[in-house]
Ligand binder design. Structure first.
Ligand SMILES: *Cc1c(COP(=O)(O)O)cnc(C)c1O
Length: 444
């Protein structure tokens, strides 16, 4: 079960057994052994919980088929909310499975805390929800240009050995000049893709020609593209506008930022964030250097994760369960500048990107946003931009920057590959579950 949304299947599997004459308790015990559950987010919107009268309206003729009373039925998924008792899909999925996981080690920990109330005898560490960190599908996300380089330097069978860190150590054999040139080739394509789309839009909207020139392929380019859920804080970079304008417009170290994303149709605060980014993109001092690319989809995500210089991820810790766009970026030699949330605490080693802010929790959200924004500006000014622009060799290659890119590939690609993830699901969830089923069959 992927998210709680699918958890009604637990009830239907029970109904089939009850129809064959089993009691509900035995039926649930038998069904659980066949179910594994992945929870994907600590955000309330991702954990459906329905008022009991709504459940009553649609299930009044269902609980008799389970041989349950109304109250017994509600009890199967009961969770107290601030607004009252609810029928909670995540609770149902947890009760209806034997193996459960969150999608990073930190999210596993957060989920164990969230659902500790269902296991009152257990300490948080002992709540039976593990962490299996997400990974990305290399064939879907690696640019053809870099694939050709990997084919040359990592050995013919590198893709079959994608989860072996030794495979990726060979990235350090790629000459700096070659990796830099290849990256810039991919970047140029992304910049012209973005520019064409934006200019077409600006012309369509009748904007004056002064705002048409956008993006420069020689400028350090930050990418930010994902759903505009509010906890992802798309507008954090604009917290101190004067500081941002100064950083973007330095003659020696200019910076530009490409934003893309969509909000859920019913997430008005998320939509407001898009509006704000769009308006910032029109302001003097930001126009041309801040752009918002519309019609976000997988194609836009693909162009950006491979074709910017650095990937920005600044969620409000600890709400990012995993995050995967940064994994796609790192695979393509685009290092992450990220809050230590989701997958990044497992990946960050001090050399393969940047960590924003502190590994702590805040009770004051405003203070958290301010501190994280200040930390981000500091990194941009004192580490990221200098590393990109300064100390270039005779060929114009920034050795320290390219070293960061190589380290990002070598450390992130194997650990956050799809193959590593799938092997973990098999070893920690599916096979142990089959073992329980086998032992049940033997004992019958
Ligand atoms: C990878 C991807 C995401 C996930 O982005 P996060 O940074 O993990 O939130 C979202 N949308 C699309 C289209 C993607 O390809």
């Amino acid at each position: 079960m992927n998210e709680g949304h699918s958890a009604f299947l637990v009830l239907e599997l029970c109904r089939e057994k009850v129809a064959q004459g089993e009691g509900f308790v035995e039926a649930l015990a038998a069904v659980r052994v066949h179910n594994a559950f992945t929870t994907h987010t600590p955000v309330p919107a991702g954990n459906d919980a329905f008022a009991l009268d709504l459940i009553e309206k649609y299930f009044w003729n269902y609980w008799p088929q389970l041989n349950l009373t109304r109250d017994e039925f509600m009890e199967v998924a009961l969770q107290q909310q601030s607004w009252g008792p609810s029928f909670a899909m995540t609770a149902l999925a947890i009760r209806g499975s034997t193996h459960r996981n969150g999608v990073s080690q930190l999210h596993g920990h957060v989920a164990r805390g969230m659902w500790n109330w269902m296991f009152p005898e257990a300490s948080q560490d002992d709540v039976p929800i593990m962490g299996i960190t997400n990974g990305v599908h290399i064939a879907s996300w690696l640019s053809p240009e870099l694939r050709a380089l990997y084919d040359s330097y990592l050995g013919k069978t590198w893709e079959q050995k994608q989860d072996d860190p030794a495979t990726w150590q060979k990235v350090h054999k790629i000459p700096d000049k070659t990796l830099w040139a290849t990256h810039n080739q991919v970047k140029a394509a992304t910049i012209s893709f973005a520019r064409e789309r934006i200019q077409k839009r600006y012309k369509h909207l009748g904007y004056p020609p002064e705002v048409w020139p956008v993006l420069d392929e020689n400028v350090l380019t930050i990418g930010f593209a994902r759903r505009f859920a509010t906890y992802k804080r798309a507008t954090l970079l604009f917290r101190d506008l004067e500081r941002l304008k100064y950083l973007l417009n330095r003659h020696d170290m200019p910076i530009q930022v490409i934003f893309a994303g969509k909000a859920h149709p019913r997430d008005d605060p998320g939509k407001h964030f898009i509006q704000q980014v769009y308006q910032f993109a029109m302001q003097p001092g930001l126009a041309g250097k801040i752009v918002f690319l519309e019609e976000y989809d997988i194609a836009v995500g693909r162009a950006l994760t491979r074709g910017v210089d650095v990937w920005l991820n600044n969620p409000r810790r600890p709400y990012e369960a995993s995050g995967t766009s940064g994994m796609k970026a790192a695979l393509n030699g685009v290092p992450n500048c990220s809050v230590l949330d989701g997958w990044w605490p497992e990946a960050y080693n001090g050399k393969n990107g940047w960590s924003i802010g502190e590994e702590r929790e805040y009770s004051n959200l405003d203070e958290q946003d301010w501190n994280d924004a200040q930390a981000l500006y500091h990194i941009l000014e004192h580490d990221l931009a200098p590393r990109y622009y300064q100390h270039r060799d005779a060929d114009g290659v920034p050795a320290a920057w390219v070293a960061t890119c190589k380290e990002a590939i070598a450390t992130c690609a194997p650990q956050f590959s799809f193959r590593r993830m799938l092997a973990e699901y098999v070893d920690k969830m599916y096979v142990p579950e089959l073992r329980i089923q086998e032992s049940e069959v033997r004992s019958q």
